[in-house]
Design a protein. Structure first.
Length: 55
């Protein structure tokens, strides 16, 4: 209840976005390989930003 109004940190936002993109890429892998590869690329870009934040 006390975490209800807690704002997400930049790290948490990027991690959530990465997980969402990877989930979409996995779903698309069986139907549209090109879109799946695009989502994976976007997820990797988000991971690079996340790694830069941790340094």
């Amino acid at each position: 209840m006390f975490g209800l109004f807690k704002k997400k940190s930049e790290k948490e936002k990027l991690q959530s976005q990465y997980e969402k993109l990877m989930g979409e890429a996995h779903k698309l892998a069986s139907t549209n390989r090109k879109l799946s590869d695009e989502k994976t690329f976007q997820a990797n870009e988000v991971m690079k930003k996340l790694e830069q934040l941790q340094q």
